[in-house]
Each structure stands twice: as structure tokens, then as C-alpha cells.
Design a protein around this ligand. Structure first.
Ligand SMILES: NC(=O)c1ccc[n+]([C@@H]2O[C@H](COP(=O)([O-])OP(=O)(O)OC[C@H]3O[C@@H](n4cnc5c(N)ncnc54)[C@H](OP(=O)(O)O)[C@@H]3O)[C@@H](O)[C@H]2O)c1
Length: 217
């Protein structure tokens, strides 16, 4: 059976992907920051949980090795990520570095850790969740866009060197989808000088229909 390795599998698109691939008979290595909190996935056949915070380079190395020791990995799905809305002036350095560390460097780090394994197998597929925000922009989302556009450009350039070893790389660019992305996971950075624009942005999003969970579960 082929094997998929997923980051950010505790909720939303990552969890739905874990369930979908397991239902189709794949081995699924579902990684998340707090696997001890996850109660649903361990009950499903074919799913193995491992701990992974993609901002922790030592844990990336350790978890990737543990995954490879379990099964040869065919597909790496870089999915972990979150949103940040706010003017640049409102954003602390910690918010800025944490977002880029997760949404951009996390993708690069996990991919890099798998490359010796995929290259030795002369096969493999790397998928990364970017966003429609990896091709277009919204006001007050500049740091999120910086990360997602960067993953698009990075993936395109990587495709040339990976092709030498029969490894493919693709991005998946969802539009609005009803997950924890717009709730628990979303960070807001507020600043009085941009309050009007933030209000306008929020008002414009009101009533927007996000793709419901049943569309991707
Ligand atoms: N939903 C949308 O409308 C939408 C649209 C475009 C793109 N996307 C992208 O889709 C991807 C998945 O998001 P989602 O919609 O499924 O939202 P979600 O339900 O909030 O899931 C985000 C996942 O990322 C994980 N995560 C966050 N920081 C992490 C870190 N440092 N290390 C490891 N995992 C981390 C979260 O883990 P915890 O449970 O530990 O927080 C969670 O499992 C993201 O890359 C997002 O940018 C979503």
C-alpha cells in the first residue's frame, strides 16, 4: 500500500485528507503538534499519528525518520498553516516570524528532510497547500500572502531539480473552505490607523459562503 505523510492533520483539510486516504486503503502518517489530544484518527485503520511542529527543526528530522522507519513514504503533504489578518504596522515581529516559520519555512524544512529518502527511491510526490492567496491578494493579509506566494515560487523552482530524480511537486490552492482556519486558527493584528479598512474587509466577507465541510470530507 502507498503511504502519505501529512502535516497539520489535527483539523480541517489535513484531517479530512487523512480520513480520505485511509478510507482508500493508504497508509497514513498523520502528524500534528499535539497527537495526545486526537481521539478520532487513532480509531481508523491505517492511520499512524506522530508529533510534529513544523517550526521545530529537530522534531522535523526526528519525525521524518520515524515515518520512514514505519513505511516508505510516497507522498508528502505539506498542509500545516494558519492565517494572519492585520496591517503590517500592527504586526509584531513574533507574529511575522511565526507565520513565515510555519507557512513557508515549515514546508521547505519538511520537504528537505524527505529528499534523501525520495531520491533513493527515485519516486515521490510533494504536495503543499498554498491558497488562492498564493496567486491574488486581499488587503491586510500581506504576511500571509508573502508566505503563500513564496511557496508557489519555491515549488516551481524546485520542480526542475526534483525532476532529475523522478520526484514531482505540486501546490493545492483552495479558496474559502469552512475549517478552523477562519476561527480558532486565525490571528488578528489590530491598529487604529487601519481600523476602517479592517472593518470594510470583515464586512465584505460577511455572508460569503465558504465551501462546507461535506465538500471535502
Ligand atoms: N480553509 C481555508 O479557507 C483555506 C483557504 C486557503 C488555504 N488554506 C490553507 O489550508 C491549510 C490547512 O488549513 P485549514 O483550512 O485546514 O485550517 P485548520 O483547520 O486551522 O488547520 C490548520 C492545521 O495547521 C496546523 N498547524 C498550525 N501551526 C502548525 C505548526 N507550527 N506545526 C504543525 N502544524 C501546525 C494546525 O494544528 P493545531 O491544531 O495544533 O493548531 C492545524 O492542524 C493551511 O495551510 C491554510 O493556509 C485554507
Amino acid at each position: 500500500m502507498p503511504t502519505i505523510f501529512i502535516t497539520g492533520a489535527s483539523s480541517g483539510l489535513g484531517k479530512a485528507t487523512a480520513k480520505l486516504f485511509a478510507a482508500r486503503g493508504w497508509n497514513v502518517i498523520a502528524t500534528m503538534r499535539y497527537p495526545e489530544h486526537e481521539t478520532e484518527l487513532p480509531q481508523l485503520p491505517g492511520i499512524h499519528l506522530l508529533p510534529l511542529d513544523v517550526t521545530d527543526p529537530a522534531q522535523v528530522a526526528q519525525t521524518v525518520q520515524r515515518a520512514i522507519d514505519l513505511h516508505p513514504v510516497d507522498v508528502v503533504f505539506n498542509n500545516a498553516g494558519y492565517g494572519l489578518i492585520g496591517a503590517l504596522e500592527a504586526t509584531s515581529d513574533e507574529q511575522l516570524t511565526q507565520l513565515l516559520n510555519t507557512n513557508l519555512l515549515g514546508v521547505i524544512r519538511v520537504t528537505k528532510a524527505f529528499l534523501p529518502h525520495l531520491r533513493a527511491n527515485r519516486s515521490g510526490r510533494i504536495l503543499s497547500t498554498t491558497s488562492m492567496g498564493g496567486f491574488m491578494t486581499f488587503p491586510l493579509c500581506s504576511i500571509y500572502h508573502a508566505a503563500k506566494w513564496a511557496v508557489e515560487g519555491w515549488s516551481e523552482s524546485m520542480s526542475f531539480e526534483l525532476a532529475l530524480h523522478n520526484i514531482s511537486i505540486k501546490t493545492i490552492s483552495p479558496g474559502g473552505t469552512a475549517t478552523d482556519f477562519t476561527g480558532r486558527s486565525l490571528q488578528l493584528a489590530e491598529h487604529a490607523a487601519y481600523a476602517g479598512l479592517l472593518q470594510q474587509l470583515m464586512a465584505a466577507q460577511e455572508g460569503v459562503q465558504f465551501a462546507p465541510r461535506r465538500d471535502y470530507c
